[in-house]
Write a new protein. Structure first.
Length: 156
């Protein structure tokens, strides 16, 4: 399975750095689905949120190490993309019976007509990078979008 270049799919309009912690996962979903809709990646934030919630019912998206990777696949995704949010402090993230503190969330919007393994390749790429302390340090310390993307390129 070939990896995905995260620097090409992590979108500047979908990156939020140092926001206040979310009340909970639902609050984060509301914020990110609105951002996807406002940026023109999703035609209906409500239906995309339902796709995220459906995926949550299948198994946890909490990855440990303060990271969550929720993802939703639906026809309302006009063009696929990844959003990233870094909170100033962790919030409690409950996912399919598991919970943990999350400070970094990668949110994937996957279109129904996307090649079947694309999001699996994105997830595999992210999982591989998250295994490295240098990547987590980058997520914590990047001052802005450009520094985040350059760091991803350097680590890839």
């Amino acid at each position: 399975m070939r990896s995905v270049n995260l620097a090409e799919v992590l979108l500047p309009e979908m990156v939020i750095l140092d926001c206040d912690p979310f009340k909970d996962k639902e609050d984060m979903f509301d914020t990110m689905t609105r951002k996807f809709e406002e940026a023109g990646f999703v035609s209906d934030a409500g239906k995309y949120k339902k796709a995220l919630e459906y995926r949550e019912s299948l198994g946890p998206t909490y990855m440990g190490r303060f990271v969550a990777i929720p993802h939703g696949k639906c026809r309302e995704v006009i063009k696929p993309g990844i959003g990233f949010v870094r909170c100033s402090h962790p919030f409690l993230y409950e996912s399919s019976g598991e919970s943990g503190e999350v400070k970094y969330a990668f949110v994937l919007a996957i279109s129904d007509n996307q090649e079947n393994d694309y999001h699996l390749r994105v997830l595999a790429t992210l999982a591989g990078m998250l295994a490295h302390d240098e990547f987590l340090e980058l997520l914590e310390n990047a001052a802005d979008y450009e520094e985040l993307i350059q760091g991803i390129k350097d680590l890839s």
